[in-house]
Design a binder for this molecule. Structure first.
Ligand code: MG
Ligand code: MG
Length: 285
């Protein structure tokens, strides 16, 4: 009983801290999100064996500037670059530098931008050239689990329905480690807002998904252990067993018509949510 009251109290505090956006604010968030999505597509087209991870950072910085945005990663708690680039056993928060990208690498890129004070945040993993089929499958499973999570986070659902859907899907596809120390988050006038979104757990718990709630959903999985270490640079998160990992992320919102819209997807999520039988909102197109 005591625990239940404590949980209810915690829920209330989280609800108080959740930022609800109106349609005008969502239109600004869409501008930031679209710039992030376009920047990631440019990076996907540009990546080639022989490039340094620094070169990717320069492309992202120039594109965000060209689009009228600023990076929300640069200077975030001292982070020294525009994007995070994490290669193979690096899962997230890798710092771009002199590392040379090779054929067969799995490169995860996390990118964010701010326009008029509103944030977008998205990530993709890319197989460079010809990749090991098991690595490709891991990336496909991670990406699809993100879409399943967004689909489960529909109007009127509970927050933990997202993590439940992610975990169920990943576990149905094989033996993968789902990172537990990192997860999704609310997003708006700051990159990281309440609530924290777990990528695992029981369904039916936590705050309700309501109109105007914007969330970044970001599963991180490995082909081995879910345990991680942080390198001496204080940023780069690697798998504890050096297995390769993948990371996908999109920021989405529930629009005033009760339908979702994926702010950082070029098509608003029309195609990938459509495959799951979910119609996106037309209010932000
Ligand atoms: Mg991110
Ligand atoms: Mg994020």
């Amino acid at each position: 009983m005591q625990f239940r009251r404590l949980a209810a109290f915690q829920n209330k505090l989280v609800n108080m801290a959740i930022q609800i956006k109106n349609i005008e604010q969502l239109k600004l968030m869409r501008r930031a999100g679209l710039l992030v999505g376009q920047t990631l597509e440019l990076l996907r087209e540009s990546i080639k064996p022989g490039m340094t991870t620094d070169a990717l950072d320069a492309i992202a910085a120039a594109n965000i500037k060209r689009g009228g945005g600023t990076s929300n990663f640069l200077g975030y708690h001292g982070f020294p670059a525009t994007i995070c680039v994490s290669v193979n056993e690096e899962i997230v928060h890798g710092i771009p530098g002199s590392r040379i990208i090779k054929e067969g690498d799995v490169v995860s890129i996390d990118c964010g931008a701010i326009i008029e004070g509103w944030h977008g945040d998205s990530a993709i993993s890319i197989g460079v050239g010809s990749v090991n089929p098991e690595d490709q499958k891991m990336m496909d499973v991670c990406e699809e689990s993100m879409w399943r999570g967004i689909g489960a986070g529909k109007h009127g659902a509970k927050l933990s329905d997202i993590g439940y859907a992610i975990e169920q899907y990943v576990n149905s596809q094989g033996k993968y480690g789902i990172l537990q120390e990192y997860g999704g988050h609310g997003i708006g006038t700051e990159m990281h807002q309440e609530p924290h979104v777990l990528n695992f757990g029981r369904a039916g718990q936590g705050p309700e998904i309501v109109v105007g709630l914007a969330l970044a959903i970001e599963p991180m999985i490995t082909r081995g252990s879910a345990r991680t270490k942080v390198l001496k640079d204080d940023w780069t998160v690697v798998s504890a067993d050096s297995s390769r990992g993948a990371h996908f992320e999109h920021s989405y919102v529930i629009c005033p018509d009760g339908k979702p819209f994926v702010l950082t997807a070029i098509d608003g999520g029309k195609s990938d949510l459509g495959h799951l039988g979910i119609e996106i909102s037309s209010l932000l197109s």
